[in-house]
Write a protein of this length. Structure first.
Length: 156
């Protein structure tokens, strides 16, 4: 069986499977794409020990489970609603204080949080800063905790 036939036969089914795991359209699309990249790479090694469909679904399930494991290991933190509100709706005093807090961070943390506030993906931040994506997640989490403490102290 050639890759194009596999792709046509299974794309929608794999996408729906990924949606079931992730309940997020973008994540499901990404995981479905990753699945077919793996299928493309591993197709020459396929030994017909199971049906091609079973093999493709197993690859998709493994990708989904790994993604869920990653997300559970490193839950994504949000800035408190007040800080998000300041960033998006701009109370001048609070905005000034937020950027003052950011300016007090070490240079590497300033860069990381600035890129995060610009809605760059963590993979892009990792490429820009030259550190691993998992390290970026940890740093963002810690930076947000620092900023939250400072912001909470400011409001009291």
């Amino acid at each position: 069986m050639i890759f194009e036939d596999i792709y046509k036969a299974y794309w929608l089914k794999i996408f729906r499977l990924c949606m079931g795991y992730m309940n997020d359209r973008d994540s499901a699309k990404d995981l479905a794409q990753e699945t077919f990249i793996t299928v493309w790479q591993k197709l020459p090694d396929f030994r017909n020990e199971s049906s091609i469909g079973t093999w493709v679904f197993r690859i998709a399930s493994n990708h989904c489970l790994r993604q869920i494991e990653k997300q559970n290991r490193m839950p994504k933190t949000q800035l408190p609603a007040e800080i998000e509100d300041v960033i998006h709706h701009g109370n001048e005093d609070k905005m000034e204080f937020l950027y003052k807090c950011i300016s007090e961070l070490p240079e590497s943390e300033r860069i990381i949080i600035s890129l995060e506030l610009e809605d760059l993906k963590q993979a892009e931040i990792a490429d820009i800063t030259g550190i691993s994506e998992s390290n970026v997640r940890v740093k963002i989490h810690r930076i947000k905790e620092k900023l939250t403490k400072k912001f909470n102290n400011y409001e009291q």
